[in-house]
Design a protein around this ligand. Structure first.
Ligand SMILES: [Zn+2]
Length: 310
């Protein structure tokens, strides 16, 4: 009797372990998925100036959802797909640098924004490097127009881009670009403007007044336009464009993909809306008219720009 029991146990032990593994695996995958998709939960009751709250609800076109932890707006650089785009047609060698937060590293630590932050001291050094090494900072419109018209740009042309419209564009970036006379491009998600930790329309207009700042559409609620329903994609693209044009007074026909997310459908929608160029998160210095709707950008961190091949 005892012997039989032991035998039975031996027979069922592997099966039980297999079952346990299966259950654990199921929950692991489910959690991983939830983690991936919940970056946009908090809600904003919103018309022209949305207010962030930490409660969550479904997304709708009248209330953009944004996050408390602002780092979640930032694409995961390590997870970015390694894509090589076909360099054909007319090409120019123009590095486009990508920044998110520029602020003291100690503050970034407090706010949980360390992965998306370049320390403002580093940013100052990087802009000084561009100025002293003969770089010519341009707007992304100058790059797109040169590619479209097959014309040349000044030697050592380079574009500096800052995504999402954080308040540190005003507090830390503005004094530095004035100091070195650097032109920058702000990729603005218009529904986030005026929220805590984000820049205001007044501050954006003041920055435009310096003549050093160019603006691109980065959707309304920082929406990944590479997927989702078509009416939402359309709404996000056109609302971002209209709100920027109305509040800033600059024509907007260049787009920047939130999270670097794009698709053939998103590109077609943009082109139908009159957009002539768009920026991805695919790295590379070469820009070609063959991929004018997915131009290259290069993430920059806390290091000398010489470490990035500049
Ligand atoms: Zn963004």
């Amino acid at each position: 009797m005892k012997k039989k029991n032991i035998k039975l146990k031996h027979r069922f032990l592997p099966l039980t372990l297999l079952f346990l593994l299966f259950v654990l695996g199921f929950f692991y995958i489910r959690n991983a998925r939830e983690f991936k998709t919940t970056y946009v939960t908090p809600v904003v009751s919103f018309k022209d100036k949305p207010i962030l709250s930490s409660t969550s609800s479904a997304t709708s076109t009248s209330s953009p959802s944004v996050v408390q932890n602002k780092d979640s707006l930032i694409p995961n650089i390590q997870a970015a797909p390694k894509i090589t785009q076909n360099a054909s047609g007319y090409c120019l060698n123009v590095p486009v640098l990508t920044y998110h937060h520029v602020q003291p590293e100690s503050l970034a630590k407090q706010l949980g924004q360390i992965s998306g932050t370049v320390d403002n001291g580093f940013f100052d050094q990087q802009m000084a490097y561009l100025a002293s090494h003969g770089y010519h900072t341009i707007t992304v419109a100058e790059l797109v127009n040169a590619l479209k018209s097959h014309s040349a740009l000044p030697p050592k042309s380079l574009a500096v881009t800052l995504d999402d419209g954080y308040v540190d564009d005003y507090s830390y970036v503005l004094p530095i670009i004035k100091k070195y006379n650097i032109t920058i491009n702000l990729m603005i998600a218009t529904g986030l403007v005026g929220n805590p930790d984000f820049i205001s329309w007044d501050q954006l207009r003041e920055m435009k007044g310096t003549g050093l700042v160019y603006f691109t559409d980065h959707t309304w609620s920082h929406y990944a336009v590479g997927r989702g329903p078509q009416d939402k994609i359309q709404y996000e693209i056109t609302t971002g464009k209209q709100q920027l044009e109305q509040n800033i007074g600059q024509a907007v026909n260049i787009f920047t993909y939130p999270y670097g997310s794009f698709s053939p459908n998103a590109i077609q929608t943009l082109q139908q809306d009159g957009f002539i160029g768009a920026f991805s998160t695919i790295p590379g210095f070469l820009q070609c008219d063959s991929f004018i709707m997915t131009l290259h950008r290069n993430h920059v961190g806390n290091a000398s720009l010489s470490a990035y091949g500049l």
